[in-house]
Design a protein around this ligand. Structure first.
Ligand code: ADP
Ligand code: MG
Length: 913
């Protein structure tokens, strides 16, 4: 930013006497002191300037030139600046790098300041803090993703378990949610919300137990305790919404109120008093959404791929929405599938109604395409950052909502979700849209300050001011003709620039003529350039003043009209928001219907059973990728439902499938497709299968053995084990667990033993539905011992000693691993292949299977051995012993009491044995 820029003398910060601080610097330092954790964008004319350390940080971060401007206490003041037109771009980069920015504006015209005296400083103050979680500009946001600000509060429970409350707000759309969770689900909740910024109290941030985790998250902002003060929380929340009490929003726990209040307090602070149109906090009861931890989310590539891209994710493969708001809602639903079959049923009903009605679906989608991003335009208008195009968006959005409501009204028997959306679409007042349409011109500038957005004929006074301005412009054109005639210079022009204003412009060869008598009586020399000479005249000067006045007045009138329209929109914000939400719902539902028809998806049956029966299932992403390459996807069945007549004690628990087969046979694809089918079904979508019956899943786990991830350099065997531990400790009978080659990240016997014990634990303790892929085909022997374990394998065909993958899942165990055939396919030298075959033959002769067979016969089942590690399933006797021990208070005991207690404990222990 090395553009030279004029700065009024009293605003340079130049100190006439060393050691004295100029008034401007005094103002700067005061404002900076109030915002120490932010880079201060200090407005000076058409630039935001940064000084001192801020300038150094920003110039490095943005690659812009560091200059100096004057001295402060005898030292040079480093400075850099960004022009206001490009400020959004620079803000975006600074925020992305993790900085926070305080935007300090001039609050009065510099001319006003000068009236107070030559030395007075323009009034300035911070109008907004820009942080990653509080953005509203389209240029700073991804249209298709929410950007949440999350406040995290902790309730220190006196007993054992801490409770946590989360409150998350998207200020660009007004969404506001609150919920509670426990320690075990905290990370999964945060992963689901994917906040742009997280607020925690200072104390929590430095708690040694949580510090490492919190520091691993991006953009965590620790805040002073008052923001998280539970005692004032209710009051702060009520005052934000200007209600007497928050009881009307629903019943919140104290820790939920604390989190919610922290979030709105931060919003108020960063918006410096402006209140974005937030919906009242919507309470999400614990357990209403499918818990999916971070590892599972990235593994299943729900919202983005492991490489971080949207392309290739489940979201990208299933997103047929036509509006940005619809795309955001779809992402939300995918990230948080439901657990209540009744609610899921309502969503599916809505989708089904449009699957059957192609005409309505197509028509609605065409209309939706014309609907702008109402929610974000509304937020900007309410916080005072809206432009003419935002007002136009409201106009068009209300219009689209009304039309779509009319289109829906002709349908008979609409499902609940559609009926609700229809009512919401009708809420905005049609008269408002008409008024906005009357007021706005056809072509709209980007900013209010550009003017020209009010339609001619809308307001008399404005029309008059514009006529005057335009009339004067015509007079200038006439003047040019007259001057050309009187001087005889046909090429004479009247031009305008920001430095000279209007001026008479002639080429150098004619310059002499105007400088000489008699013409020099009229033409006053202003400037001589290489090829041009410039003049002014008294007449031109007068005209210029008139034009400037008229233009200024016209703009002032337009800005007044803008404020009036913005106020009308703000007053209607609740209704507009409701309509915006409804448009998003209609978009999502019709898009899912469109997808179902396009890709031949079926309506899943979701209930409270423990069934998991998929017939003809496909992988939604791989299927589409293959379709583009012309290959067919082989559909496969999967049945993890509890056995029809289960042998006790296995009664009513789902099955585990142990899937073996060579590399590249399609194991991982099969595992994931079943998890994705569960996600799609519970988010309320049709699924890529012929028939699907799913008993609601409450937690979904998916893990891949370390070797797969090593290639991506992100995982180690330790991570693999930590993640597996989380499953074994957390999965209940409603969970669905996908384990892909667990135990691969270590030596064969280690790995096999771990995989073995893991399966036993899943079967005996977790009793969940699970799919387990492994290349240890020794493990298939386990099916003989575990009644709900079912062996399945990927069919392959051998043809002329080549292996052909049929991608077909069939009952049974892989008889061999085909590793050598795969190696051949991959192009290993034939000498190596031949040698490997010899070695294998030798090993097989020694019967590698036998150790596993022996294990099955010799080793007691997991259930019989697990008392060795009794932690989560301690029996009652042990528990009461622990309780007795915990109840002792050595500080208050006499030596004799202590001895007696010791004997009593020993006695209890003896009874246990
Ligand atoms: P594995 O985990 O057994 O090594 P993958 O699941 O990674 O195998 O599948 C390997 C490749 O096979 C996939 O990239 C995909 O292109 C193809 N594939 C997998 N399943 C199918 C299927 N059901 N139909 C067609 N192609 C498949
Ligand atoms: Mg695999």
């Amino acid at each position: 930013m090395d553009v030279p820029r004029p700065i009024a003398v009293d605003e340079t910060g130049v100190s006439p006497e060393p050691g004295r601080v100029t008034p401007m610097m005094e103002q700067y330092i005061e404002i900076k002191a109030a915002n120490p954790d932010c880079l201060l964008f200090y407005r000076m004319g058409d630039f935001y300037e940064l000084f001192f350390d801020d300038a150094e940080v920003a110039s490095r971060a943005l690659g812009i030139m560091l200059t100096k401007r004057g001295k402060h206490l005898g030292r040079d003041i480093p400075m850099c600046g960004v022009p206001i037109e490009r400020a959004d771009d620079y803000l975006h980069r600074l925020i992305a790098l993790g900085h926070r920015v305080a935007v300090c504006e001039q609050l009065e015209d510099p001319a006003e300041a000068r009236k107070r005296g030559a030395k007075s400083v323009v009034r300035r103050d911070v109008v907004r803090l820009v942080t990653p979680g509080t953005l509203t500009e389209d240029s700073l946001l991804d249209a298709r993703s929410n950007n949440y600000l999350l406040a995290l509060a902790r309730a220190r429970a006196s007993s054992d378990e801490d409770r946590f409350a989360l409150a998350w707000i998207d200020i660009s759309t007004g969404e506001f949610y609150v919920g509670e969770c426990d320690r075990g689900t905290l990370a999964a909740e945060i992963a689901r919300i994917e906040p742009g910024e997280i607020l925690v109290s200072d104390a929590f941030y430095s708690d040694p137990e949580f510090a490492p985790y919190l520091r691993s998250l991006p953009a965590v902002t620790p805040l002073a305790r008052d923001v998280f003060d539970g005692a004032t929380a209710e009051r702060r929340l009520a005052s934000f919404f200007t209600v007497a009490t928050t009881a009307s929003f629903g019943a919140f726990s104290r820790v939920e109120l604390t989190a919610a209040a922290a979030a709105v307090t931060y919003v108020e602070r960063t918006q410096v008093g402006k209140r974005p149109p937030l919906s009242p906090p919507l309470r999400e009861a614990a357990g209403t959404t499918l818990a999916i931890d971070q590892a599972t989310r990235s593994n299943l590539e729900l919202i983005r791929t492991l490489g971080g891209e949207r392309r290739g994710s489940l979201l990208a493969a299933t997103d047929r929405t036509v509006t940005a708001a619809g795309s955001r809602l779809l992402a939300q639903r995918l990230a948080a599938p439901l657990t209540d079959p009744v609610e899921i049923g309502h969503r599916l009903d809505a989708v089904a109604s449009f699957v059957d009605d192609a005409a309505t679906r197509t028509d609605l989608r065409d209309r939706l395409k014309a609907a702008p991003d109402l929610a974000r335009a509304l937020s900007r208008i309410v916080v005072g950052r809206g432009g003419p195009r935002d007002i136009a968006a409201i106009r068009d959005g209300i219009l689209a909502a009304t039309q779509i409501a009319e289109r829906l009204a002709v349908l008979a028997d609409v499902p609940r979700d559609i009926a609700e959306a229809m009512a919401a679409l009708r809420r905005p007042d049609g008269a408002l849209a008409t008024e906005l349409a009357r007021a706005l011109a056809d072509e709209l500038p980007a900013f209010r300050r550009d003017g020209g957005f009010v339609r001619a004929g809308y307001e008399n006074t404005l029309d008059e001011a514009r006529a005057l301005r335009d009339e004067s412009r015509r007079v200038i054109a006439a003047l040019q003709v007259r001057y050309a005639e009187t001087t005889g210079i046909r090429t004479l022009k009247i031009r305008h620039n920001n430095v000279l204003g209007y001026f008479v412009d002639v080429t150098a060869q004619h310059g002499e003529k105007l400088i000489s008598t008699p013409l020099n009586a009229t033409f006053i020399h202003r400037q001589t350039l290489a090829g041009q000479v410039r003049f002014t005249t008294i007449e031109l000067g007068e005209l210029e003043a008139k034009i400037a006045n008229a233009a200024e007045r016209a703009l002032a009138l337009e800005l007044e009209i803008f404020d009036r329209l913005a106020a009308a929109v703000t007053a209607a914000s609740a209704a507009i928001k409701a309509a915006a939400d409804a448009l998003a719902i209609i978009d999502v539902v019709t898009a899912l219907a469109h997808l179902a028809v396009e890709r031949d998806y079926a309506r899943p049956e979701v209930d409270r059973s423990l069934a998991f029966a998929v017939t003809g299932g496909r992988h939604p992403v791989v299927e589409q990728a293959l379709a583009n390459d012309g290959g067919p996807f082989v559909a496969n069945d999967c049945d993890l439902s509890p056995p029809a007549s289960p042998p006790p004690p296995a009664a009513n628990a789902g099955r585990i499938w142990l899937l073996t087969g060579p590399n590249m046979a399609g194991k991982s694809t099969f595992l994931r497709q079943n998890a994705l089918i569960a996600v799609l079904a519970q988010m309320g979508s049709f699924v890529p299968a012929r028939i699907a019956h799913i008993g609601v899943v409450d937690r979904l786990f998916s893990r891949v053995g370390a070797a797969d991830d090593l290639a991506r350099g992100r995982s180690t065997f330790m991570v693999e084990m930590v993640e597996t531990a989380a499953i074994l400790n957390q999965a209940g009978e409603r969970a669905l667990v996908i384990l892909d080659e667990i135990g691969r990240g270590t030596a064969t016997f280690d790995g096999l033993s771990i995989a073995w014990a893991t399966i036993e634990h899943l079967h005996e303790s977790n009793r969940c539905r699970a799919l387990f892929a492994t290349h240890f085909h020794e493990m298939t022997a386990l099916a003989a011992k575990l009644p709900r374990l079912h062996n399945a394998t990927m069919r392959v065909k051998e043809w002329q000693s080549e292996v052909i993958f049929l991608h077909e899942v069939v009952p049974g165990a892989a008889d061999r691993s085909y590793g050598i055939q795969v190696a051949k396919l991959a192009g290993l030298p034939s000498s190596v292949i031949e040698r490997a075959k010899l070695v294998l033959a030798q090993l097989e002769a020694e019967d590698r299977i036998s150790p596993a067979r022996k294990l099955i016969d010799d080793l007691p089942l997991f259930a019989a051995t697990r008392t060795a590690a009794p932690a989560p399933h301690a029996d009652a006797g042990l528990a009461s012993l622990v309780e007795a021990l915990a109840a002792l208070n050595p500080d208050e005991m006499s030596p004799r009491d202590a001895l007696e207690a010791l004997y009593a404990l020993k006695g209890q222990l003896a009874k246990l044995k």
